[in-house]
Structure formats: structure tokens, C-alpha cells
Design a protein around this ligand. Structure first.
Ligand code: ADP
Length: 498
């Protein structure tokens, strides 16, 4: 069972597959090279024999004379070269007249079998000498060069055939083939070993990276895989992996912080409710005392449900479940409306709220969310500006965007806290009132999400003791004709119902 699993593990490993790939490739290359080489060798051996036979044919025509039906070999018997050539021609040789009567035939040619008169007649008809491969009674192949020659008077044709054995060529080819085939296992085994070794070298760093990654868990996300400094693909993988761990670490930390904050936020009102109810249960005697305890508890319960509602909304927003209902509207009008709604509470807080708005600011936004964003910013400004102060709301039309600025003369925010005020549950220590009036620390997280969901941004500038200025940038709406065109295209392509 474990052996089978081990085998499967090995055969599935990249190292095994790389080695198999190398070896197969090696084998195919080897076979292809061998086949090409063998073909070339066969062609060149064949060409050699044909050359030799052509030379012997020319020599035979010079040395062989036929006079009045009699054949004579004219050559210098004392010249070793001429004797050798004639001897060689006569080894595989046949001479016959046009009717197929044999004038002379060598023993070897006899073993091949003299040509039939019909074949001789066919050869005589062709203007050029031809080629044939024939076998003798022992199965040895011969290449035969055969054609017509004339007698001395040039009026009668004779049939001449000379040949050479192909046995040597076949032997050379066979030897080459078997030597080559014998070499293949050697090359395959060394290819396998080399592939296995090279694959191991290439993959060892990958395994090291995997082992290092294995050591990283939720509790030690600060661990990083050390880069090897080779500047190769693997280093790139390590850097990318480390970056991913950094992102994961920051999300983990945020989540951890978030659950700590949520439990802390929920615990405070729950403890208060519990305390009030216990005190009422053990000490209250009159109906008024009970009522007061219940009222206080209700206030805390209200705060609890406020927190839960806000958290739910924020999580819906961040998980993309809160779809924006964008419409084309005039932001100046919308800002003026919200400013109007805040006039009375501002008067009660003895603060001046003024607006500096241009005549028109066309934007395409979700009215409810933008109202919520402005309300959050205005209630913060009211909360953190002492009586007698002033809050100014202004709008600026830029070519690409609309800038909404809410500026107060309040207590401001110290630079240390500025980067965190958009985080969930973040409140500048010492800023806030205690008790039920205490903020949730979620308002600015919403503001940031709403701006981002509208492809906008929000930023803050602040001087402690002097005031703060929140600047929201939103993209301007495309010209009316263009949005109508987009709507038309959407209708035409069936994306939107008419
Ligand atoms: P909260 O519900 O506490 O107002 P927010 O997310 O709206 O939560 O704000 C986060 C913190 O940022 C506030 O607790 C406050 O300390 C600081 N802050 C926000 N707006 C202002 C402002 N206009 N002036 C000074 N501090 C501010």
C-alpha cells in the first residue's frame, strides 16, 4: 500500500517527469540522428559501387573486342593495373549475343542466373545501359550494370552485364545499425542519470522554498523566505511570495484588531446594562428607580444596536453587497439641502455653518450615500468644534473632478493620529465625550468607503488647536449627451431594460 503510494508520489513528481521528458527527447533525437546517418551511409556506399561499375563498364568497352562473333580481351598481361581491372570485370560478368546465346559467363554470374532472352532483348532496345539488383542462390545481392555494346565492325550488338556484390555494403550497414542500437541503452541510461541529477539541481531551491513556506502559519506570519540573491525566476517567486505574506499579515492584523475592537465596543454597553439591572434588582424599591434603570439600559441597548447596524452596513459595503444606485444630480443642491438640515443643531451648539457653493455641479452619484457622507463629516465637525467656532462647506468645480471641502475651526488632529482616523473604531484619545455621546469610530470609515465606491478620494489636513479640513474629490458626471449615448448603447445591447 505504502509502496504503491510512494511509487505514485515519485511518478507524479516534477523531477520524475522532467527526467522522463529529457530521456524521451534524447531517445527520439538519437533515433532520428541514427536513421538519417544510416540513410546517408547507404546512399554513399551505393554511389561508390555505381561509380566503380561505371568505370569498369568503360574499361570493359575498351578491353573487350568482338570480331566476327569471337570475343577477345585486349590488355597488357604484364601491367598489374590492367590485369587487376580485367580480372575484376570478369568476376561477375556475362556476354551474350542479341538472341540471348551466351558467349561467356563467370561462375558468380551463373549463381545469379543468366538473363533470359526476353530480358536481354528489352535491355538491347534501351539506348543507355541500365541497372538491376539481383540475388544469387545464397541470397547475396548484386548490383548489375547491363546494356548493349557493338562489335568491331559496328554493325552487330551484343549484351554485356557486369556486377558487384552488395554484401560488403550490407555488412557495413548492418554493423553500423547494431553498434548504434547497442549504444542506445548506454546513452539512455546516462541521459536518465544526467536528467535526474539536473532536475534535482533545478528543483532543490523550489523544495527549500516550499519547506520555508510550510513553516509560515497564522501565528508566525512575520517569517519571510530568505532570497537567494541569484536574481533568477525563483528569486522572483520568493519576492512575490513574501509580498503576499506581507499583505496577508496586514489583513490578519486588521482582522485581529477588528475583532478586539468589536468585542471591546460591545462589552462596554453590555457591562453597563448588566450593572444597571443588577443594581435595580437588588437595591431599587420604587417604580421610579426601576424606570430609571430601564431607561439607562435602553440607552445602552440603543448604542449596541447602533454599533451592530453600523458594522453590518460597513461589512455589506466592503463585501460589495451594498450596490450604489447612481443618478445624475446637482451636488450643489444636495450639499445645500444637508447644510440646511444641520443649521438648527449647529445653532444649538452655538456654531456658524456657512456654505460657499457654485451655481451647478453635475455628478453621477448615489444620493443616499453622498448625503450620509456629508452628514458624517458635518456631525464630526460639529462634535469637535467648540462653541463660537465656524464650519465652512465649499464646492469647487475642477475640469475632471468636483472638490467638496468641509473646514472647521475645531480642535484639529495631531499628525500622529492623522493616518489612522479612517480606520474602523479609531478615535483620537482624549477627543471624545464619554458615555452614550461617545462616537463609534466608524463614521470616517464610511466616508472613505463611499468616496472610493464613487471612484473618488478623501483626504484630511489638520492643525491641532486650529482646525481640520476634509477634502472629498468626486469625478464629474460625463456630459449629458454622452451619458444618454451610453444609456442608448446599453439599451441597444440588451444590458438595460427599456
Ligand atoms: P466618531 O464616531 O468617533 O466620530 P469617526 O470615524 O467619524 O468616528 O472619527 C474618528 C476620529 O477622528 C474621531 O473620534 C475624532 O477623534 C477624529 N475626528 C474626526 N473628525 C474630526 C474633526 N473634524 N476634528 C477633529 N477630530 C476629528
Amino acid at each position: 500500500m505504502t509502496r504503491a503510494r510512494n511509487f505514485r508520489r515519485i511518478t507524479r513528481s516534477l523531477r520524475f517527469r522532467l527526467t522522463l521528458g529529457y530521456t524521451l527527447f534524447f531517445c527520439l533525437m538519437l533515433i532520428a540522428v541514427g536513421a538519417i546517418f544510416r540513410q546517408k551511409l547507404a546512399t554513399s556506399l551505393d554511389a561508390q559501387i555505381r561509380d566503380g561499375l561505371e568505370q569498369e563498364w568503360a574499361a570493359a568497352k575498351g578491353y573487350l573486342r568482338i570480331e566476327k562473333g569471337e570475343k577477345h580481351w585486349y590488355f597488357d598481361h604484364f601491367d598489374p593495373d590492367e590485369s587487376f581491372i580485367v580480372g575484376r570485370i570478369q568476376r561477375v560478368y556475362m556476354l551474350a549475343d542479341a538472341q540471348g546465346n551466351i558467349l561467356e559467363v563467370s561462375e558468380t554470374y551463373k549463381s545469379i542466373g543468366p538473363d533470359a532472352p526476353a530480358d536481354i532483348a528489352a535491355v538491347m532496345r534501351s539506348p543507355q545501359p541500365g541497372w538491376k539488383v539481383r540475388q544469387n542462390d545464397k541470397g547475396v545481392s548484386f548490383l548489375i550494370h547491363l546494356g548493349a555494346i557493338y562489335d568491331e565492325d559496328h554493325n552487330k550488338q551484343y549484351f554485356l552485364a557486369i556486377g558487384r556484390s552488395l554484401a560488403d555494403n550490407h555488412l557495413i550497414l548492418e554493423q553500423f545499425t547494431w553498434t548504434y542500437i547497442g549504444l542506445i541503452p548506454l546513452v539512455v541510461v546516462s541521459g536518465c542519470l544526467l536528467g535526474w541529477f539536473l532536475a534535482a539541481r533545478a528543483l532543490t531551491p523550489v523544495l527549500e522554498v516550499a519547506q520555508a513556506a510550510n513553516r509560515i502559519s497564522g501565528s508566525n506570519l512575520s517569517l519571510r523566505i530568505p532570497a537567494r540573491g541569484a536574481g533568477d525566476e525563483l528569486d522572483y517567486l520568493i519576492v512575490t511570495f513574501n509580498r503576499m505574506i506581507t499583505r496577508l499579515e496586514s489583513s490578519f492584523n486588521q482582522m485581529r484588531q477588528f475583532s478586539t475592537d468589536v468585542s471591546h465596543e460591545l462589552r462596554t454597553p453590555i457591562t453597563a446594562i448588566r450593572g444597571q439591572l443588577e443594581v435595580a434588582l437588588f437595591t431599587a424599591t420604587t417604580a421610579d428607580q426601576y424606570r430609571e434603570a430601564m431607561l439607562n439600559s435602553l440607552q445602552d441597548i440603543e448604542r449596541l444596536s447602533q454599533i451592530v447596524r453600523a458594522l453590518l452596513l460597513l461589512s455589506q459595503a466592503e463585501s460589495g453587497q451594498l450596490a450604489l444606485q447612481k443618478t445624475r444630480l446637482d451636488l450643489c443642491e444636495l450639499v445645500a439641502d444637508v447644510v440646511d438640515q444641520f443649521q438648527i443643531p449647529y445653532e444649538e451648539a452655538r456654531l456658524r455653518l456657512t456654505g460657499d457653493l457654485p451655481p451647478e455641479c453635475p455628478v453621477e452619484v448615489d444620493r443616499i450615500q453622498i448625503e450620509r457622507m456629508i452628514s458624517n463629516l458635518l456631525s464630526n465637525a460639529m462634535k469637535f468644534t467648540p462653541a463660537g467656532g465656524e464650519v465652512r462647506v465649499s464646492l469647487r468645480n475642477e475640469p475632471e473632478e468636483v472638490e467638496l471641502v468641509i473646514e472647521d475651526t475645531g480642535r484639529g488632529i495631531a499628525p500622529d493620529h492623522l493616518p489612522h482616523i479612517f480606520d474602523r473604531f479609531y478615535r483620537v484619545p482624549g477627543h471624545d465625550a464619554s458615555g452614550p455621546e461617545r462616537g463609534l469610530g466608524l463614521g470616517l470609515s464610511f466616508v472613505a468607503w463611499i468616496a472610493k465606491a464613487h471612484q473618488g478620494t478623501v483626504r484630511v489636513e489638520s492643525t491641532p488647536g486650529k482646525g481640520s479640513r476634509f477634502i472629498v474629490s468626486l469625478p464629474v458626471a460625463p456630459p449629458a449627451s454622452q451619458s444618454a449615448e451610453i444609456a442608448d448603447i446599453a439599451v441597444a445591447s440588451g444590458m438595460k431594460e427599456t
